[in-house]
Structure formats: structure tokens, C-alpha cells
Design a binder for this molecule. Structure first.
Ligand code: CDT
Length: 308
């Protein structure tokens, strides 16, 4: 069987504390980008909200007090060196950041940039977890639903790097619909940044299972849709909150082919053969042959459980 290779780097980040400057973070991202180039990567993938600390762990009564965590332009003078270095090296990248649009919308966003330093696509997070109001009894907040609106745009795919690329962000990876909507558009590689606190406040019995659930959802999503999945963490103890590392690159077989060992800045890479997707999408998961959309109506007709 012929090969179609994308060599991808998952550039896990260790913590970004609140007082770390954007410039210092961009320097870390550039270092990881150069490592990726030296390891022959076509593309380097950074985590969700990769330019700042995970600020939804705090609540502010007036949201404009949080404006400084958002990017109002991409590239900006501070992030421009990433685009310039990508073009100079001839490597693409995918970067998560908080986006404040000119008309005042706040999104949790990932941008995909090609080897010429040109934006290919922008994806805005669909599934926004956590809560919308201050919950003072928690040890830390997860107020993403206060800081971000859910994207109405859904899950697109884009032809880039010789592949059919898709994107999702953190909590999106727990929902089978995220993968399936991209699978139905022929996705071959899904890029996913994440920040996952190990302590899940609503149900601490899940804390010990965070690593298991992280692998479970990405491995099953990859296998059931015959796609590569690149999951990239911001891990370690950030502002006192411990977050999962375990960044991984998952093959269309569902097998993990590379996994981070640390919870710090760490690059893992894999040489991904896109033709491998067809072993699954052309056999067991031949959607056209085997899917039964006529009996899946509830998937889009209703949101919550209905006993009717
Ligand atoms: N960033 C993000 O989406 N994190 C969530 C945490 C669990 S919900 C509080 C996740 O799904 O990993």
C-alpha cells in the first residue's frame, strides 16, 4: 500500500503561571517549534489556551476585567514571531488562544497555520464545559461558560499538509459527535489541545480516572472514525491546580503511537501515514455501506434524555 505521510509534533506545555508574560510563553513555543523542525515535523500542535494561564479558574464580576487574557488580533505584535519562524523554517502550527472578536464575541479558539505562515483555518470550541456563575465553595472555578460562548460554526475540515485536517478543543474530545461530524467529512487527522484539571469538583471519584478517560475518548474516537488524533495538553501544577499531561498521538487503529512522559514542555512526534485511515474507513467503518442514519434521528432531534 502506498504511503501519504504527515509528520506531526505534539508540543505539550508545562504550566503557565498568571505572571508569565506572553513574550516568555512565545519563546517556549518557538523553542518547541524548532525542536519539531529538527525532528522533521510538517506541523507542530500546541495546547488549548496556549498563550496564558487557564484563566477560567478565576471569576471576575465584570468580564471586561478579563479582557487582557484574550487576543484581539492574530497574529499580534507578540505572536507574529511564531508566524515568521514557521515561514522561515517551513513548518505549520496549530495554536489555541482566547479570542475576543471586533464585535465583542468571546471564543475558545484554535488557529491552523501552514508552512508559509498563512492562516488556513480557525476553529472555535463547540462544547463549553463547567459553569456560568461564580461558585464560591469550589477550590477553583471552571467558569468557561462565563468566559466563552459556544461556536455556532460546528466542526469543519480543511485540506492542508496533504491531509484532510480537523480540529476540536479539550471537552469536545469527550463527545462522539465531534469526531463523527468530522468523520462524515472524510477527516484524516484531528488536532486537539486541552487543559484538564485532575480534580473534577462535581465528582472527585473521577479524579483517579482522568488519564484513563483521556485515552479512552481519543482512542475510541480515532478508531471509530478511522482517523489520526493528536491530543496536546497543558499539564502540571498551574496556579496551584494540577492538570493532566499525557499528550498523545493516536493512530486510526486506536493505538497510541506516542505519549508524553512528563507534565512539562515536551515534544512528542509521529510519522503518520494517512493511507492507514482507509484500513478502517474502507472496511469495518465503511460509513456509506454500514451506517443507518434513518434510525439515528434522536442524535440531532433532541439534546437531553427523553423517555418518550
Ligand atoms: N478545558 C476543558 O474543556 N476542560 C474540561 C475539564 C472538565 S469539565 C470541568 C475537559 O473536558 O477536560
Amino acid at each position: 500500500m502506498s504511503e501519504r505521510i504527515v509528520t506531526v509534533g505534539a508540543a505539550q506545555l508545562g504550566p503557565i503561571q498568571a505572571d508569565h508574560s506572553r513574550e516568555s510563553v512565545v519563546a517556549r513555543l518557538l523553542d518547541l517549534m524548532r525542536q519539531a523542525k529538527s525532528r522533521d515535523c510538517d506541523l507542530v500542535v500546541y495546547p488549548e489556551l496556549a498563550l496564558t494561564t487557564f484563566f477560567p479558574r478565576w471569576f471576575v464580576d465584570d468580564i471586561s476585567q478579563a479582557d487582557h487574557w484574550y487576543e484581539t488580533e492574530m497574529p499580534s505584535p507578540v505572536t507574529r514571531p511564531l508566524f515568521d519562524e514557521a515561514a522561515r523554517l517551513g513548518i505549520g502550527f496549530c495554536l489555541g488562544f482566547a479570542e475576543l472578536t471586533p464585535d465583542g464575541h468571546r471564543f475558545n479558539t484554535q488557529v491552523l497555520v501552514d508552512k508559509t505562515g498563512t492562516e488556513v483555518a480557525r476553529y472555535r470550541k463547540v462544547h463549553i464545559p463547567g459553569h456560568e456563575h461564580h461558585e464560591p465553595d469550589r477550590p477553583f472555578q471552571h467558569a468557561e461558560r462565563y468566559y466563552f460562548e459556544p461556536s455556532p460554526e460546528g466542526f469543519g475540515v480543511w485540506d492542508a499538509f496533504g491531509a484532510r485536517m480537523g480540529m476540536m478543543i479539550c471537552n469536545d474530545r469527550r463527545w462522539p459527535e465531534s469526531y463523527r461530524v468530522m468523520g462524515l467529512q472524510g477527516v484524516e487527522m484531528i488536532l486537539c489541545g486541552y487543559n484538564t484539571p485532575i480534580h473534577y469538583v462535581p465528582d472527585p471519584s473521577q479524579d483517579i480516572l482522568q488519564g484513563f478517560h483521556n485515552a479512552l475518548v481519543m482512542q475510541s474516537g480515532a478508531y471509530q472514525n478511522g482517523t489520526w488524533v493528536v491530543g496536546v495538553a497543558k499539564g502540571g501544577v498551574e496556579e496551584g491546580v494540577d492538570s493532566l499531561g499525557q499528550s498523545m498521538i493516536v493512530a486510526p487503529s486506536g493505538q497510541i503511537v506516542a505519549q508524553a512522559l512528563s507534565t512539562d514542555d515536551e515534544l512528542i512526534t509521529a510519522r503518520c501515514d494517512l493511507e492507514w485511515c482507509k484500513r478502517y474507513t474502507g472496511t469495518l467503518f465503511d460509513f456509506e455501506r454500514y451506517r443507518r442514519p434513518e434510525v439515528y434521528g434522536r442524535i440531532t432531534a433532541q439534546r437531553g434524555v427523553s423517555k418518550d
